[in-house]
Unconditional design. Structure first.
Lengths: 217, 542
C-alpha cells in the first residue's frame, strides 16, 4: 500500500495545481466539445443557476466544490440523456425556484447572496426537484476524481500483496480471548467452532509472528 | 455420435465437462455465447475513467444478456428479474463467489417441517464432493464448523476483517449471534498456476488475473487439455429431441448470430444451461411421448420455483466517523458471515419455516463515494463534512432468506410469443408469500438489533421492502430431484426419472433453495452426477 500513499501525498502537495485541467475543461463524464463547453440541455441562465445550486449543496471548503468540479456540466449531460418528461420536470423546477426567489427576495437565485440561497433551499429541501438536483450533484461530484480522490481520499482499486484489514488497536480491543470468554459465558452461543475468522481475524502468515500477537493490544 | 453433449459452460456445465473429459469421455459442449477476453475486463477502471473510455470506443465485456435479444414474459404486476450470462463460463465470470456448504439442516428440512418433498440426498452424500470442489476452486474461509454451516479442511486463509466487520463481530458476540469468516472462492494464496487475489475489490467487473474461480479459466481449459472436449460457441440450445423409445437422441440449437438451425446427436445429454433456461429447453422439448415437456409426466417441471428473499440494511458506525480513508476493498465481498441461527435451542421458535443468513458486502469505504451521500440529509458544508466523516463508517447488512418452494411459483412457456429463432419464450410467475413476509420481519429485526448494539446511525428502512423476485440470481427446483417420480423430475443423481440418458446438473435440480448461495453445491452435485454418469456409461447402462 505504500505506493498509493505516496501518490496520494504527491497529489496533496501539488494541491489545486493537479486539477487545473479540470477547471478549464470538462467534467470527466461529459464528452469534450470543440471550443469549450456548451450546454446540451440547459438554456439561457439555467446552467449558471445549476452551478450555483450545486455549489450550495457541495460548496468549496478545503477541497473544491461542485462548481469548480464542473458538476453542472454533468447535470446538463445527464438531463440531455434523460427521458423528456424527467428533464422537463427539472426545467420546471428551476423556473419554480426563481419564481420563489423573486417572490421572497425580488431577485433570481443566482443574484442572491449565499445565506439567502440557503434559506430558499431549506424551504424546498423536501421537494422532488431538490431531491433530484441533490442526487445529480452527489453523483457528479463523488464519482469524479475531485470527489473521490481529493475529497474522500480514495486510493482503492489498487494491487495489494496482502490485505491488512483493520489494524487499529482501538477497534481491535475485542481480542480472541475476550471473544472466547464471552461465548463460554452461561447463555452464550458457546460453540468454540463459531469463534470466527481465524480467531483473531488475521490469516496466519509464513514468517510472521502468530497472528494473535499482532495489532491486538 | 457424441458420447455426451453438455449444454452450458458455467458452473454446472463446466464441471460436467471437466469431470467427464478427465475420465476419457468425449464431450461436445454447446455454449450460447462467445468467449469473454480477460484482457478486456474493466477490473481497474475507476468510475471517473469509465465515461471517457466509452467515448473512445472502448467498452467492457457485455456479460449480461440483453433482454431485447432474449425476452421473457412476466404477468402484469409480478415482476421478475432474470440475469443471464451467455458465453464461456456463464455467470461464474461475475459471480458473488460466496461458497457455503449446505447442511443436513437443509437436506432434512422437508421431513422436519412437512413443507415440500424431501431431498433424496443427505450431507454425507455431498460432503466428499464439497471437499473436492473446495480444493479445486480455491475457497477462503475460517475454521468454524456448525450444524448450519459444516466446516472444511480445504479452505485457504480468510482475509482479515475490515474495521466495520470487527465491530459487527463485537455486536454479534454480545447478541449471541454466530458470526464466522466469510467463505468465498477468492484465492488468498496462489492457486493452480493463477496468482493470488490482489484485493482490488472489483470482482464484479470480472477478474483480470483470474484470481477467483471462474469456469472459463479454472475448469474448461483443463477439460480442453485432455483432448476430449469440443466447444461449439454461439450455439443456442432450443430443444432436446427424443426418439420413439422416449430417449434423448439429439439436441436442436440455433446459431446465435445467423439463426441457422442445427442438430447434434448424443448418446447422453447433460443440461446445465442455468435453472431457468434448462427448464425452458425441457418445456419446449415436446413429443408424442412427452406432450408437456421432456420427462414431465409428473407435471413438476417448471413448478416449485424457489430462491432467496433479500433485504438491505445500512448504518454508519460513529466509532469510525472521520477516521480518514482506509482501503477496505479486500476480496470485495464481506469477510465475515452470519450463518443461520434461528433454529438454535436458545432462540425463540420462529413464526415461519426455514431460515436466513446475513452477508455484509459494501461494508467500509466504497469504491463509489456517492453511495454514502445518497443516504444523508441536508446540504452545504456540513453535509459535505458529514459525507466525508461517514465515508469509511458504512456497514451494510444483507440477509438472504430461504423462499419456500410452491407449485404455483412456476416457469411455463408462452406458445404465442417466440424469440428470434421461433422458439417459445419462457414465462415466469413468481410471488413471495406469508412465510417470506414473516421471515423478512425477523431479518429486519435482527439487522436493527445488530446496528443498535453498535449505536449505529441507521439509514431509514422501509420494512415492507425486499428485492424483486429473481434478484438473488439463485433460481431453483423447477426440475427438482426426489425419490418419487410422481413428485419429482430427477433422481438423486440428477438423472431424469423418465429419460435415463438425460441429466440436469444446474440449480433447477435442487429440491429446495436453503438460505445459502448455491454455486458450491451446484459444482458438487454436477461432479457427483457425472461420476455416476461415467460409471453407468462404462457399465453399458447408458
Amino acid at each position: 500500500m505504500s505506493e498509493p500513499m505516496n501518490r496520494r501525498q504527491a497529489i496533496r502537495e501539488l494541491g489545486a495545481a493537479a486539477v487545473v485541467p479540470f477547471l478549464s475543461g470538462f467534467h470527466p463524464s461529459v464528452p469534450p466539445q470543440e471550443g469549450g463547453w456548451k450546454p446540451l440541455f440547459f438554456q439561457g441562465s439555467e446552467a449558471e443557476t445549476v452551478a450555483h445550486l450545486g455549489e450550495r449543496i457541495l460548496p468549496e471548503t478545503d477541497t473544491l466544490g461542485a462548481r469548480r468540479a464542473l458538476v453542472h456540466q454533468y447535470v446538463d449531460f445527464a438531463l440531455s440523456r434523460a427521458e423528456s418528461a424527467e428533464s422537463a420536470r427539472f426545467r420546471e423546477g428551476l423556473r419554480e425556484l426563481d419564481r420563489r426567489c423573486a417572490a421572497t427576495f425580488g431577485k433570481p437565485f443566482v443574484e442572491l447572496d449565499p445565506s439567502r440561497q440557503d434559506e430558499i433551499l431549506t424551504g424546498i429541501s423536501e421537494s422532488p426537484f431538490f431531491g433530484e438536483m441533490k442526487r445529480l450533484t452527489v453523483d457528479g461530484y463523488y464519482r469524479s476524481e475531485v470527489g473521490m480522490k481529493q475529497e474522500l481520499g480514495f486510493e482503492g482499486n489498487a494491487f495489494l500483496a496482502e490485505f491488512e484489514g483493520c489494524t487499529h488497536p482501538e477497534h481491535r480491543s475485542w481480542t480472541a480471548e475476550q471473544r472466547r470468554a464471552e461465548r463460554a459465558r452461561p447463555g452464550g452461543s458457546g460453540r468454540a467452532e463459531d469463534a470466527g475468522p481465524r480467531e483473531s481475524g488475521r490469516p496466519p502468515r509464513a514468517g510472521s509472528e502468530p497472528s494473535e500477537e499482532r495489532g491486538e493490544h | 455420435m457424441n458420447d455426451v453433449v453438455v449444454i452450458g459452460s458455467g458452473a454446472s456445465g463446466g464441471m460436467a465437462a471437466y469431470n467427464l473429459t478427465q475420465k476419457g469421455v468425449k464431450v461436445l459442449m454447446l455454449d450460447a455465447g462467445g468467449v469473454f477476453d480477460r484482457r478486456n475486463f474493466w477490473t481497474h477502471v475507476l468510475p471517473f475513467e469509465a465515461d471517457g473510455r466509452l467515448r473512445r470506443g472502448d467498452a467492457p465485456p457485455q456479460f449480461f444478456l440483453d433482454k431485447k435479444e432474449q425476452p421473457y414474459v412476466t404477468p402484469e404486476g409480478r415482476p421478475f428479474e432474470l440475469a443471464r450470462v451467455w458465453g464461456r463460463g456463464g455467470k461464474t465470470n461475475v459471480w458473488g463467489r460466496v461458497s457455503l456448504r449446505m447442511s443436513d439442516l437443509d437436506f432434512t428440512a422437508a421431513e422436519k417441517d412437512g413443507w415440500g418433498i424431501p431431498w433424496p440426498i443427505r450431507y454425507a452424500d455431498v460432503a466428499p464432493y464439497y471437499d473436492r470442489v473446495e480444493e479445486l476452486i480455491g475457497v477462503c474461509g475460517g475454521t468454524d464448523d456448525s450444524d448450519a454451516l459444516p466446516g472444511s479442511r480445504f479452505l485457504m486463509p480468510a482475509p482479515a476483517p475490515r474495521c466495520g466487520e470487527v465491530f459487527l463481530q463485537k455486536a454479534c458476540d454480545k447478541l449471541r449471534i454466530p458470526i464466522v469468516a466469510g467463505r468465498r472462492a477468492n484465492f488468498t494464496r496462489p492457486h493452480r498456476g493463477f496468482p493470488a487475489c490482489h484485493y482490488c475489490g472489483a470482482c464484479g467487473e470480472g477478474c483480470d488475473t483470474a484470481s477467483f474461480f471462474n469456469s472459463a479459466d479454472h475448469l474448461i481449459p483443463f477439460a480442453l487439455a485432455t483432448g476430449n472436449l469440443e466447444i461449439r460457441s454461439n450455439a443456442v440450445a432450443a430443444r432436446i429431441l427424443a426418439d420413439d423409445g422416449g430417449r434423448a437422441s439429439k439436441v436442436q440449437y440455433f446459431e446465435r448470430h445467423t439463426g441457422a438451425e442445427r442438430e447434434v446427436e448424443a448418446r447422453v445429454v447433460v443440461l446445465g444451461a442455468s435453472a431457468m433456461d434448462s427448464t425452458r429447453i425441457l418445456l419446449n422439448s415436446k413429443s408424442p411421448r412427452f406432450p408437456n415437456g421432456l420427462g414431465n409426466d409428473s407435471d413438476q417441471l417448471g413448478r416449485n420455483f424457489c430462491e432467496q428473499i433479500m433485504v438491505h440494511v445500512r448504518g454508519f458506525l460513529p466509532q469510525l466517523f472521520g477516521r480518514g480513508y482506509v482501503n477496505d476493498d479486500g476480496i470485495s465481498g464481506e469477510h465475515v458471515y452470519v450463518p443461520r441461527f434461528n433454529h438454535r435451542p436458545e432462540r425463540p421458535k420462529p413464526d415461519y419455516l426455514r431460515g436466513f443468513g446475513i452477508q455484509f458486502w459494501n461494508t467500509g469505504a466504497a469504491t463509489t463515494g456517492a453511495d454514502v451521500a445518497r443516504h444523508l440529509p441536508g446540504f452545504g458544508a456540513s453535509f459535505k463534512a458529514k459525507v466525508k466523516e461517514r465515508y469509511p463508517a458504512l456497514v451494510s447488512l444483507h440477509p438472504f432468506g430461504e423462499v419456500l418452494p410452491r407449485p404455483e411459483n412456476r416457469v411455463t412457456i408462452d406458445e404465442g410469443r417466440t424469440d428470434r429463432y421461433g422458439v417459445p419464450l419462457m414465462k415466469v410467475d413468481v410471488t413471495f408469500g406469508e412465510n417470506e413476509r414473516k421471515m423478512r420481519r425477523h431479518m429486519y429485526d435482527t439487522c436493527e438489533e445488530i446496528l443498535h448494539t453498535l449505536g449505529a446511525e441507521i439509514v431509514p428502512i422501509d420494512r415492507e421492502a425486499n428485492d424483486v423476485p429473481g434478484s438473488a440470481i439463485h433460481e431453483h427446483a423447477t426440475c427438482r430431484m426426489g425419490k418419487d417420480p410422481k413428485s419429482s423430475v430427477l433422481n438423486s443423481f440428477n438423472q431424469m426419472h423418465e429419460v435415463k440418458n438425460l441429466f440436469v446438473v444446474d440449480g433447477s435440480a435442487f429440491t429446495a433453495a436453503s438460505e445459502k448461495n448455491p454455486t458450491l453445491t451446484i459444482l458438487a452435485l454436477s461432479w457427483r452426477a457425472t461420476d455416476y454418469l461415467a460409471e453407468e456409461m462404462r457399465a453399458g447402462r447408458l
